[in-house]
Design a protein around this ligand. Structure first.
Ligand code: ADP
Length: 409
């Protein structure tokens, strides 16, 4: 039972093929620079011994439709997917589901039109996601396709968490509210955390920290998201690779008035030239760590701001949840940087968060418990797997459609 996961960007297509009878990843890849002379495909294939081969191919790919055909050709040649027409389903990662999509949905014309309606809320992502859906449906009309939204997991946020204190009419007329993102990652690690702690998901209270290039925190109560740091867009919240995160809204007007910047320039600056990069010139936490170790003060400041903002959110979400079973580190930084995990948890013993530095320094890229002794609050490192989460939702949604029995609690 093979399922392909597709994540379409403006000039890229990320994909993964799973055998869902075993939930095993057979292969995955990233086609980049679509539309340029320098398009390239990085493809990974599972070997019989469990390791992965990686190959890099260069081929001129003019548009996304050619991109899909190229990917299917490579997947057939690599024998991970001989014939895409035999797929059980395709799962599309769609960034913004708005207020209407509280879970994954089987794609039809009305779903496509709703994804299109949400473009003003996610102008950088939903158009490319929609393009991927259109091309895949056109190529494989008989294969069921499912949209899995990055916002859905946070649909359980209560009104006091998702409303901004703005005139209510802006919410009613323009849907200005907090939605949250990285939902598939927060949902995946919450399930894994419950399994690691031997608890039913329904009784898990956790603070999950997804720390990649984009970064967000979620407060999970009884297995459900009750708050998260990203807002109407992914710009709110934590300090990220190139995004500022939380900011006094008056800064925007000051920059427009005093620095003569246009609204578009401010938006680009906040999304692409701020965060870690804005402070020290790099958005790569590995590079920032080694610069800081050599005494680079801006790199050290960038790390300090990153960890301080994170610590404030952890404290806030402890107040939201009352009782916390675990804090969970995931994403490229959360899974791999013992330094950031340690700096973030420093001084939090009052909340019952005490790290075992030995376990912390040994934890990289694999599931681990890194709190000291039998402390009440577990500190977990859990590699995320958004693709598998999307694949699970894709299978459940298609089965639901075929059998008529809803799989979701
Ligand atoms: P994306 O959000 O693009 O998926 P990732 O989840 O892959 O990003 O995270 C990328 C971030 O993880 C980068 O800042 C990278 O430097 C950081 N990272 C990866 N490995 C390590 C490591 N060993 N130590 C510190 N940071 C790391």
């Amino acid at each position: 039972m093979k399922v392909t996961i597709v994540n379409c960007g403006s000039s890229s297509i990320k994909y993964a093929v799973f055998d869902m009878s075993t939930r095993e990843l057979l292969g995955s890849g990233l086609l980049e620079k679509i539309g340029s002379d320098d398009s390239r495909l990085r493809h990974r294939r599972l070997n019989p011994n469990g390791s992965f081969d990686e190959i890099l191919m260069h081929e001129k790919v003019s548009n996304h439709a050619e991109g899909f055909e190229f990917i299917f050709k490579v997947a057939a040649k690599m024998r991970i997917l001989e014939d895409p027409h035999e797929l059980f389903g395709i799962g599309h990662r769609v960034v913004h589901g708005g207020e209407v999509n509280h879970g994954p949905v089987l794609i039809d014309l009305s779903v496509m039109s709703k994804i299109g309606d949400l473009i003003p809320l996610a102008p950088l992502h939903n158009p490319a996601n929609l393009k991927g859906v259109e091309i895949a449906l056109n190529l494989l009309p008989e294969v069921p396709q499912v949209a899995v939204f990055d916002t859905s997991f946070h649909a359980t946020m209560p009104p006091h968490a998702f409303h901004y204190a703005l005139p209510y009419s802006l919410y009613k007329e323009h849907h200005v509210r907090r939605y949250g993102f990285h939902g598939n990652s927060h949902s995946y690690v919450a399930k894994r955390a419950a399994a690691m702690l031997g608890k039913p998901l329904e009784s898990l209270n956790a603070v999950t920290l997804h720390l990649g290039n984009g970064a967000s925190v979620a407060a999970i109560q009884g297995g459900k998201s009750v708050d998260t740091s990203m807002g109407m867009t992914p710009l709110e919240g934590l300090v990220m690779g190139t995004r500022s995160g939380d900011l006094d809204p008056a800064v925007h007007f000051f920059l427009m008035r005093e620095a003569g910047m246009s609204a578009d320039e401010v938006e680009t600056m906040l999304n692409s030239q701020s965060g870690l990069k804005g402070i020290c010139g790099s958005n790569d936490m590995r590079e920032i760590g080694s610069l800081a170790a050599k005494g680079d003060q801006k790199a050290q400041l960038a790390m300090d701001i990153f960890c301080y903002r994170l610590k404030k959110y952890i404290g806030a979400y402890f107040a939201v949840l009352g009782r916390v079973d675990a804090i969970v580190f995931t994403g490229g930084i959360g899974e791999n940087s013992a330094l950031i995990r340690s700096a973030t948890c420093q001084g939090l013993s009052g909340l019952g968060i005490v790290m075992d530095e030995n376990s912390n320094s040994g934890a990289s890229g694999k599931e681990a418990e890194i709190q000291e002794g039998q402390n009440v609050v577990k500190i977990l490192v859990i590699p995320t797997n958004e693709e598998l989460e999307i694949a699970d939702h894709t299978v459940e949604t298609i089965k639901w459609f075929k059998t008529g029995s809803p799989p979701f609690k």
